[in-house]
Design a protein around this ligand. Sequence first.
Ligand code: NCD
Length: 306
Amino acid sequence: MSLKGKSLIEPLNFTVAEMDELFNEAERIIANPRDYAEACKGYLLATLFYEPSTRTRFSFEAAMLRLGGQIIGFSEPNSSAVSKGESIADTIRTVECYADVAVMRHPKEGSAMVAAMSSDFPVINAGDGGHHHPTQTLTDLLTIRLRHGNFNNLTVGMCGDLKFGRTVHSLIRALLRYTGVRFVLISPDELKVPDYVREELKGANFTETQDLTAVMPELDVLYMTRVQRERFFNEEDYVRLKDRYILDMDKLQNAKESLMVLHPLPRVNEIAVEVDDDPRAVYFQQAKNGMYVRMALIMAVLGVKV
Ligand code: NCD
């Protein structure tokens, strides 16, 4: 089994066994980070961010630097030839001349796929519009695994913007491969999962509701999300929906002691700051895990072993 040279565009590009191997490697890195300090010496990672990012870009860059590799890239497309009208295909073919692996975030669905098809080196999708975000899924799964051991028989609540939230689409797709996972999808009518995701859920155990409080006692995982303002067609709808769900200590009262509250971040209003100190809040740990699993991913697609 080898992920060397492979691109990661959506979660199903990697098998369950391949993902397990990444999680095992991430856990080894967490235990002995120093052993990996020179793993990617001589390699170069390019980050192409056509959309804002804090965690995803920083964690990729930190991951490569902590592996002893180096980074190039842009976080502001207007500072590159993109502003002159260059296509994704041409940009990626150029980047391939200089770097060994590329990470790309773009507002258009399918853009990472186009990049992967236009080049021969590994392209990692760091978010393509409202579509997918597979490395956030690796982060989410590692976080669940570190606490819970495995993914079977979990009741997973997903709350907020399930329509435009790419992290939700990727996480559902990945979790559907495990046994006994039950999905509780909590959102206003306007922000329910898109049809293609509902299609994937056919035959799975899932319910849709608007009532977060009512379902709270059932949940093992609560995945909170931000309403994706940048994908709305009009500001009025955003303003009307943005504060629909706010997780606070009051709502957590009826939750299991073992609940894990996840959030890909950034948070706007959907989790009250008072929740941060509760042991069930794991979203900042989750952000940290993102770096470790990306270290494992970079090593795997470069074919580097320690
Ligand atoms: C998410 C994203 O970009 O989709 N953020 C992230 O990568 N951690 C979630 C979001 O922006 O709401």
